[in-house]
Structure formats: C-alpha cells, structure tokens
Design a protein around this ligand. Sequence first.
Ligand code: UT7
Length: 330
Amino acid sequence: MRGARILGTGRALPPRVVTNTDLTKLMDTTEEWIVQRTGVRERRFVDPGTGSSDLGAEAARAAVSRAGISLSDIDFLVFATLTPDYFFPGGGVFVQEMLGLPTVGALDVRTQCTGFLYGLSVAEAYVKGGFFDHVLVIGSEVQSTGLDMSTAGRDVSVIFGDGAGAVVVGPAEEGRGILSSHLHAEGKYARELMCEAPSSLEHPRISHEMLSAGRHLPRMNGRYVFTHAVRRFPEVIREALAANGVSMADLSLVIPHQANLRITQAVANALGVPGEKVYSNVERYGNTTAASIPIALDECVEQGRIREGDLVCLAAFGSGFTWASTLIRW
Ligand code: UT7
C-alpha cells in the first residue's frame, strides 16, 4: 500500500484582535484570571458576514498553493467544524462552491476539537487505499457568534476564538508521511461540553423559551473536561508511539489541540518532554476547536520548526468526549 503525506498547509485568521481587556468591558473577568487559568492573551473574532466556510476556503486556498498543485487537482474535501454556517447543509459544500471545485465530494466531520484529526484519518485512508490522490482537510470555526459574553458565560467565552487551518494530503512512498491515526470517543460524557439548541428533540427545535434560557449557548463542565484531557492526551500520544515502535525521545514535536496552556503544560510534564517540544499558540488565538491543530501546524511549517524526516505527533481531546492522535514522519 502506498503512503499518504501532507503536501501543503495553510491558515486563515480574521484580522480583528480581541484582547482580554476588551472582554473585561463585557463581563466580570480580569486579564490576570484569563492569563493565569488559560494562557490566552488575545483571540481573533470575525466581523458579521464571515462564516466558518469563508475562513475554511481561505485556508484551503493557501494549503493548495503551498502544496504546489492547483485546485483542479483536488479529488475530495473533508470539512471539520462545530460551527457550520447553517443547521444544514454542512459547511463542506459551501467551501466546495467557494473553491470552484466542480463536483468533488465534500464530507462534514462533527467531532469538535478532534474534528481535524478525524478528518485527517479519512484523507489518510482514502489516499493510502488509492481512492483519491489529493484530499483537502479543513478545520474551521466561528465561535464568536455563539458565545455568552455576559458574566454567566465567562468560563467558556474567554477561551474560544475564530480561525481556520487546512492541509492537502497526497501520495507518498510507504513509511513516509502519516504513519497512523488513533481515534477514540466516550459518549457517556457528551453532556459535559455541549450546545443543546437547536435540537431535533424539541418541537419546534428552537423557541423563544429556549433562547431565553440560553440553551443555544455552549456550556462546559470545565474542571471535568480538564481532568479527562490531561489523562487522555498523554495516553493517546503514547498509543501512537507504541503502534509505530518509536519512543518519546524520537519525537521532534508534539502539536496538541490548543485548549488551555495549563493543559498543554500538564501534557508536556506527563510525557516528560521539554516544553519547547510541545507547540503552543493559544496565547494568540485562544481555543479554535477543529482549527487549532492545522493553524498550529501551518505556523510550525512556516517557522521551520518541522523539517524533513522529523517525527511529529498531533493530538486532540474535546467535546464528545473524543480524543485522537496522528503520528507523522515529515
Ligand atoms: O477545547 C475543548 C476542551 N475544553 C477544554 O479543554 C477546557 C478545559 N477546562 C478549562 O480549561 C478550565 O476548566 C477553564 C479555563 C474553563 C476554567 O478554569 P478553572 O480553573 O477550572 O476554573 P473554574 O471553572 O473551576 O472556576 C474557578 C473560579 C470560579 O469562582 P469561585 O466559584 O471559585 O468563586 C469561577 O466562577 O473562577 C471563576 N471564573 C472566572 N473568574 C474570572 C470562571 N471563569 C472566570 C473568568 N474570569 N473568565
């Protein structure tokens, strides 16, 4: 079987920077609390009219250009988001239209913070199996339009931001590129981090009462999520290493989902790797859910932090609960 590798990466961040000080004008919070508890200093918010499909298309164009191919070479796209433009259809088809991709398939992935890695595993399988030669994988989020910016929602709202990242996956010789993907879920914890409405369980699925009760806003049992995250990240990274017969010392870089700087530091400690081997940009963008890993990956490539032959591990944990890792020989 042939291999599959990442041929190009791209990202799109809205230009509007929202600082912690900006948030203190909307809710009862402080710069100190946000920085100490999360590491976030600023995040990007879109202006009205920009959706996750717009950001996704922009990131995808950059990734295709970096891959040195043209859009007409793309055979399939996978779009991961928890913030689609509409309840249906999923955002993938809007990205497909914006990119002018004639009738190629567009698959939406709804696994929240792990959406990009789940999507990457789909591309990996399609390319390794010979079904497609070039698959776009996009993670994109517009969180800012769905946050509770009052004091009641401050624990959730201060961590999230908007953005998109994308990669093109194409063929490689066996043993090079994406070595393996490891995907997990535990639905019994789904209600610990969720957004309830609109809900098909309700008649109608959205109502004034639901809006008044704030059921359309995300809610999170933060400490609970935190506890599970710091256990699952190291576990799934070790799983990837063991599956490929390599050790922690062989790893050049870990790119975790950017949830909270304290989680990233706890993961580095648990793995016993120096902090500089675990990438972080949460201070600049906050938590961009499905977009956080491809944005970080694109920055690492741009900064020359990943070189040919490097062993890189991507890992994510989030709502569902879902968690995943991908091991790559760059
Ligand atoms: O990406 C998806 C996965 N998500 C995550 O991985 C997030 C995981 N969880 C976390 O990152 C953290 O739990 C949070 C950053 C969300 C919260 O931090 P925490 O240290 O767990 O704080 P907490 O929720 O236990 O709240 C501690 C205190 C509370 O006050 P009292 O009850 O001790 O008086 C909160 O009301 O901090 C208060 N608080 C705030 N204070 C100022 C909560 N949010 C804020 C805020 N500003 N924004």
